[in-house]
Design a protein around this ligand. Structure first.
Ligand code: AHM
Ligand code: MG
Length: 339
């Protein structure tokens, strides 16, 4: 039998990384393995979402006894469950839950990390079979080990993340995660049920031709954002264009595509909602971490996303993220409009 395997699974990769740091405890690898397991379970249910209309009415229940339509709650419970039963996580905060949850057993109280996540981002797209995703950020707790996690463990600047990642449930399912050492992507191989290294050492191209924004809100954006969108539309061969507008309405897919191909994603504030829609802790910080490690940039239009001191678990922020040179041009438009 030919056992000449070159492709690492997610677990093999995290263990390989661990072996380079003999002093490491393996808790982060264990946490990432837990997240990979929850992702596989969610993937199975997301893949069946289209069968709801065939197999039963909207109120039908799945094997876990849950309402099939409430996939975001199912996803939340899967991620929370694996982290609670693992050995690395002292508590979680989730876009689906009002307050943080500190796990109150001895193993959890002695654990090193807390995890914040959006269990199923873009879940409004499930009904129409569009890609959706999970987003997560991992922080070293600031409260002492041995005690129960506290709110300050969760209200840390994004800069403090030790790892962040996302899962895209798309035409194939991918898990991408980054630490300060780099960003790597793993595609789920359904034949063996394992995430398998497919995108090693992802770098965000410094420039691109894709801009992603909800054009329907154009007249509600500030002058600087309008100026930049206008500049994107006017690009031609002489100045790096023409540009393409791509907006799925599923941030995980939009930012994933731009990370790989080069591009910019924007969710600005509007007249009615100056802070925009996206959540700093569950959506913006993890992506800002990943994209910056990969060489890109992320700001709220004024300051670096990763340097914002959070004051509330569910706080929102405008978000601009993507390729370095495109972000520089955007920042130019924003500051010109202010002066
Ligand atoms: P959700 O967390 O309720 O799913 O909303 C977040 C999603 C993002 O994935 C996406 O970029 C955005 O909402 C789209 O919003 P809009 O339809 O306002 O453009
Ligand atoms: Mg969301």
């Amino acid at each position: 039998m030919n056992l000449n395997r070159h492709v690492l699974t997610l677990d093999e990769f995290t263990i390989q990384q661990l072996r380079q740091f003999p002093q490491a405890t393996g808790e982060l690898s264990s946490l990432l393995r837990d997240i990979g397991l929850a992702a596989k379970r969610v993937n199975v249910e997301v893949n069946k979402a289209g069968l709801v209309d065939i197999l039963g009415d909207a109120g039908s229940v799945n094997v876990q006894g849950e309402d099939v339509k409430k996939l975001d709650i199912y996803a939340n419970n899967q991620f929370m469950g694996v982290l609670q039963h693992g050995i690395s996580c002292a508590g979680i905060a989730s876009e689906e839950i009002d307050d943080f949850i500190a796990f109150n057993d001895n193993v959890s109280k002695n654990s090193k990390y807390v995890c914040l996540f959006d269990p199923l981002d873009g879940s409004g797209n499930i009904d129409v079979n569009v890609s959706i995703g999970t987003i997560f950020g991992v922080y070293r707790r600031v409260s002492p080990r041995g005690s129960i996690a506290v709110k300050d463990d969760f209200l840390q600047k994004g800069l403090q993340q030790v790892a962040a990642g996302y899962i895209v449930y798309g035409s194939s399912t991918m898990l991408v995660y980054g630490t300060r050492r780099g960003v790597n992507g793993f595609t789920l191989d359904p034949s063996i049920g394992e995430f398998t290294m497919s995108h090693p050492d992802i770098k965000c191209p410094p420039n691109g031709k894709i801009y992603s924004v909800n054009h329907g809100n154009f007249f509600r954006y500030g002058k600087g954002v309008q100026k930049y969108i206008d500049a994107c539309q006017r690009k031609d061969k002489t100045n790096g264009g023409p540009y393409t507008q791509r907006y799925i309405g599923s941030m995980v897919s939009d930012v994933h595509r731009n990370l790989i191909k080069g591009g910019i994603f924007m969710y600005p504030g509007t007249i009615e909602k100056p802070k925009g829609k996206l959540r700093l802790l569950y959506e913006c910080n993890p992506f800002a971490f990943i994209v910056e490690v990969a060489g890109g940039k992320a700001t709220n239009g004024k300051e670096r996303i990763l340097e914002i001191q959070p004051t509330e678990l569910h706080q929102r922020t405008p978000m601009f993220i993507g390729s370095r040179d495109m972000m520089a041009e955007l920042e130019g438009c924003l500051s010109e409009a202010e002066n």
